[in-house]
Design a protein around this ligand. Structure first.
Ligand code: NAD
Length: 252
């Protein structure tokens, strides 16, 4: 029970990595606040957590909205008394498959920056303020991407994730004297159906999944559960002396 008695907000908890993390974190004893812009998906995650015997609530949260992020933290404190872990996971992919850098519109750029980087800025800022108000240790986990480390996986998307990585490292140093840890997980391409817009019919899906698997040296697909396991380590006290770490979960 690595998260016994802890309260965690997970953004983007309605699907993929966020949903897998919600289920795992609740299995580990945590109270999980599923924050997502898609209310139906967040509620379905809560249902899955509860079906598994865990504690969870859903809150509507568009991570680009300062008001939504602060309201999510307020709702968390009202329900569970405090916040222990902020998992800034919500993110969106490059809007059109194969989009070249020069073909991004300003609207594409603004949307990617707003959800993927400003969202992490807001979640981190208000979590730090909440941890300081509580005078308790805190853990912040961010989902970045290997696209933020190497020149692969989307240009503007990669820039947003590079920003998340640098924000992680810099805030980790600044917040360390307050026993606030900040770490990031960096998945490589995962065939999560919503993120990658993978077709739902099983034959086409199998081909698409295999194509993604072959991009990794280990030759198998990375799953949301793999990323959730890495995030759990950062979230828990097992990692009490780990901060500023950027961990690829990328199959090599
Ligand atoms: P997903 O599409 O399955 O889930 C993303 C969730 O974020 C959805 O529930 C969606 O509703 C939510 N969301 C989108 N915009 C939001 C907003 N403005 N406010 C709040 N919630 C919002 O994607 P996933 O694969 O689980 O991705 C999770 C994270 O992992 C993202 O940050 C993504 O960039 C990152 N990542 C994904 C991959 C991949 O290949 N799937 C690879 C590397 C990194």
């Amino acid at each position: 029970m690595q998260l016994e008695g802890k309260t965690i907000i997970i953004t983007g908890a309605g699907s993929g990595v966020g949903r897998a993390s919600a289920i795992l974190f609740a299995e580990e004893g945590g109270n999980v606040v599923c924050a997502d812009v898609n209310d139906e998906w967040a509620k379905e995650t809560v249902r899955l957590v509860e079906q598994n015997g865990g504690n969870s609530i859903a809150v509507h949260c568009d991570v680009t909205s300062e008001a939504d992020v602060t309201a999510a933290i307020d709702a968390t404190v009202a329900e569970y008394g405090r916040l222990d872990v902020m998992y800034n996971n919500a993110g969106v992919a490059t809007p059109r498959p194969g989009l070249r850098f020069e073909d991004h519109t300003v609207e594409d750029f603004d949307r990617l920056m707003s959800i993927n980087l400003k969202g992490v800025f807001l979640g981190t800022k208000y979590a730090v303020l909440q941890f300081k108000k509580q005078s308790t240790p805190g853990s912040i986990v961010n989902t970045a991407s290997v696209a933020g480390i190497v020149g692969w996986g989307g240009t503007v998307y990669g820039a947003t994730k590079g920003g998340v990585i640098q924000l992680t490292r810099a805030v980790a140093v600044e917040a360390a004297p307050f026993d606030i840890r900040v770490n990031a997980v960096c998945p490589a391409g995962m065939p999560t159906t919503n993120f990658m817009d993978i077709p739902t019919d099983t034959a086409t899906q199998a081909v698409a999944f295999e194509k993604v698997a072959q991009q990794h040296p280990l030759g198998r697909n990375i799953t949301p559960e793999d990323v959730a396991a890495a995030a759990l380590f950062f979230a828990s006290d097992t990692a009490r002396n780990v901060t500023g770490v950027v961990l690829p979960v990328d199959g090599g």
